[in-house]
Design a binder for this molecule. Structure first.
Ligand code: HAM
Length: 433
């Protein structure tokens, strides 16, 4: 049997319902925030990610799905959404938009060749936002508030918001120098990854999972001591606005994030549910004031975040949050005798009139059809036999109360509209209405 590729998964049944429910919540929330939907290709020129995400990151150096297309061009399946959205912002000259800042959101699959484990996939879904054109810390706080509010709307508890600042380019460069000087004499005691990070991106030594507990890590220089006045003021404002939004945060001076493009604010939201496992970072993001320029656009500040949907699903399961509402269907049509064509047409018309409708396509016996209507949680059953076809008067059964009605075909829409908005008195209707 051919199996799915390692690190991927199929969506069906309850999981499918949950994904759709999540999509609906994110769309509604983004409308409230006045963000615009963008969609970019699943693959882009490899160069975009080298320039956009950074050569020294694990994502680009070890995890990309690269291929040559038939025209011998180097292509890469997108490992994250920011670089593509920035490319689109530049290519489509969105900086000319009448309304600045340009606030965008996206949702879709990303690809990273990682070691699959719980909460870590090779194909995974991200919901993210990118905001362009403003340096205001109001937007850093707004961007952080989006996942926080999203999780709150879903009923997720036990969240921890970690924040840090990397300062502007000047502060970051000074800090980098300080880290190089500090780690140089200790380089032999660090893990192999850290040794190569020392050469390429010493900031990333700070979020090493292997050397994390070493004293040299704990005593390493802290970014706060290298921030210039502007960077300090920016960070203080972000914290002030988070407080105004009643968002509790933890300051984490070792939070540097795994992508090269960040300046100023960086943040992650963690699920602190017992037993959740090590892949507990639900989302991450931050400000990237130099990225648009690096991709070839005009100097434009940006800020954004992305969340993984798979880890969110696991967190929802841990907290027993069920987003699926199987309300059942409105109508189940049962063709009898010579009523099949009539039933097919009726089903189609009812669907087009807005009723969720299903039809027996298996030529079941009447008793099995009643059972099927129950399994589908159908509120009404319409029986169509020779008599109904001849008279155009349908036999309609309320599947909860078992009451039976004779309804003229021209009145069926009004009848169903009225009855479906009624509370018929049964337990299920009480529950649903
Ligand atoms: P990231 O931290 O690489 O940031 O990914 C964001 C989120 O995607 C993670 O917190 C995690 O929930 C999820 N994620 C990442 N890799 C995997 C994986 N292999 N399997 C399952 N979930 C995963 C970014 O991607 C940045 N583009 C975020 C950003 C947007 N920064 C500014 N704007």
């Amino acid at each position: 049997m051919i199996q799915k590729p390692k690190g991927t998964y199929d969506v069906y049944g309850n999981k499918g319902e949950t994904f759709i429910a999540l999509e609906n919540v994110m769309k509604a929330l983004m409308e409230k925030y006045n963000y615009e939907y963008v969609r970019t290709p699943l693959f882009e020129s490899s160069e975009l990610f080298h320039r956009g995400v950074g050569e020294t990151t694990d994502i680009v150096s070890k995890e990309t799905y690269d291929f040559k297309d038939r025209g011998d061009r180097n292509m890469t399946l997108r490992p994250e959404g920011t670089a593509g959205v920035v490319r689109s912002y530049v290519e489509n000259k969105m900086y000319g938009n009448a309304t600045i800042p340009v606030k965008t959101w996206y949702y879709g699959p990303m690809y990273r060749y990682e070691r699959p484990q719980s909460g870590r996939f090779r194909e995974f879904y991200q919901f993210g936002v990118e905001v362009f054109g403003s340096e205001s810390p109001i937007l850093d706080a707004e961007v952080i508030s989006i996942p926080v509010n999203f999780y709150k709307l879903l009923g997720l508890k036990g969240l921890k918001v970690h924040i840090n600042t990397l300062g502007d380019i000047e502060s970051r460069t000074n800090y980098r120098e300080a880290l190089i000087n500090y780690f140089k004499p200790h380089i032999d005691t660090l893990c192999e990854d850290c040794k190569s990070r020392f050469e390429k991106n010493p900031l990333r030594i700070l979020d090493c999972k292997v050397d994390h507990d070493l004293d040299i890590m704990k005593n390493a220089p802290k970014i706060v001591d290298y921030l210039n006045e502007e960077s300090k003021a920016h960070y203080e404002s972000v914290k002030k606005y988070l407080e105004a939004l009643h968002i509790e945060y933890i300051e984490d001076p070792n939070l540097v994030r795994g992508l090269d493009y960040y300046t100023h604010t960086v943040f992650e939201v963690e699920a602190s549910v017992e037993g959740f496992g090590s892949q507990n970072v639900l989302c991450g993001g931050g400000r990237y004031n130099g990225l648009v320029e690096a991709i070839g656009g005009p100097a434009t500040p940006g800020v954004g975040f992305a969340m993984g949907l798979e880890r969110l699903l696991t967190a929802l399961e841990y907290e027993h949050v069920d987003l699926t509402m199987n309300n059942g269907i409105d109508v189940y049509v049962i063709p009898m005798d010579n009523g099949l064509e009539y039933s097919i047409a009726l089903t189609n018309d009812l669907r087009m009139c807005g009723f969720s409708t299903d039809i027996d396509s298996m030529s079941r016996k009447l008793s099995s059809n009643f059972k099927q209507a129950d399994k589908l949680h159908s509120k009404f059953i319409i029986l169509v036999g020779e008599e109904e076809v001849k008279t155009n008067i349908l036999t309609v059964k309320n599947n909860h109360t078992k009451e039976e009605y004779k309804v003229k075909i021209e009145d069926i829409v009004d009848f169903l509209d009225e009855k479906l908005s009624d509370d018929c008195g049964c337990e299920e209707c009480n529950h649903e209405n």
